[in-house]
Design a protein around this ligand. Structure first.
Ligand code: FNR
Length: 180
């Protein structure tokens, strides 16, 4: 079984991005399981002086979740033309511990607006690349007008988006089965 940890950049209960990750779980190909990691809101603000302090349970849990996963899928909104602070904070906790090093990682940004969160998307790719995540070809997607592509139950209503999500999951699966 290929285990994918999914991370939403939104802490909002009614988040489109979180709903999208839940919908992706249902699209996973045979042999792939997606599990949503819901702890990034529990992380303290990153402080290098606290780094390495094993007493911070939320940090230990976050690092363990990444370490245990074969691959990662991040889906984020854009806030003020950037990555939401909670997600950037979570990533900053991984700079020294290195769980993203070589880890197959897919990146989605979804926004109700036409640009699909392009600035957050670009910024997130920059951060993950500097952390040496492995972002396979086809594992990066911007989704505009997300509020028109999910129904009230979080079901997918846009066949093109569904196709793109399936391709992204396949790209992640291929990367896991062909280590570099
Ligand atoms: C936003 N939103 C937004 N959207 C966008 O495309 N570019 C942006 O720069 C911003 N900036 C921004 C700042 C703040 C403080 C908020 C609250 C919202 C709108 C955002 O995309 C929208 O609220 C999404 O629904 C948030 O994603 P979730 O929570 O639905 O996943």
């Amino acid at each position: 079984m290929t285990n994918i940890v999914t991370i939403s950049g939104s802490l909002r209960k009614q988040s489109w991005n979180t709903a999208l990750l839940k919908a992706c779980a249902a699209l996973a190909p045979e042999g792939m399981k997606l599990s949503l990691y819901e702890g990034i809101g529990d992380l303290p603000h990153f402080n290098p002086e606290m780094d390495g302090d094993e007493a911070v349970a939320a940090v230990v849990s976050w690092r363990e979740a990444l370490r245990a996963a074969d691959a990662v899928l991040v889906c984020t909104p854009e806030y003020a033309a950037g990555v939401p602070g909670s997600l950037k904070n979570a990533l900053d906790w991984i700079v020294s511990s290195g769980e993203f090093l070589g880890k197959p990682t897919a990146v989605i940004s979804a926004s109700p607006s036409a640009a699909g969160g392009e600035k957050a998307h670009a910024s997130l790719l920059l951060t993950l690349n500097i952390m040496s995540a492995r972002i396979p070809d086809g594992a990066s997607l911007r989704i505009p007008f997300i509020s028109k592509k999910l129904d009230a139950q979080g079901g997918l209503t846009d066949p093109d988006m569904e196709k793109d999500l399936r391709l992204l999951l396949n790209a992640l699966s291929d990367a896991v089965s062909s280590p570099q």
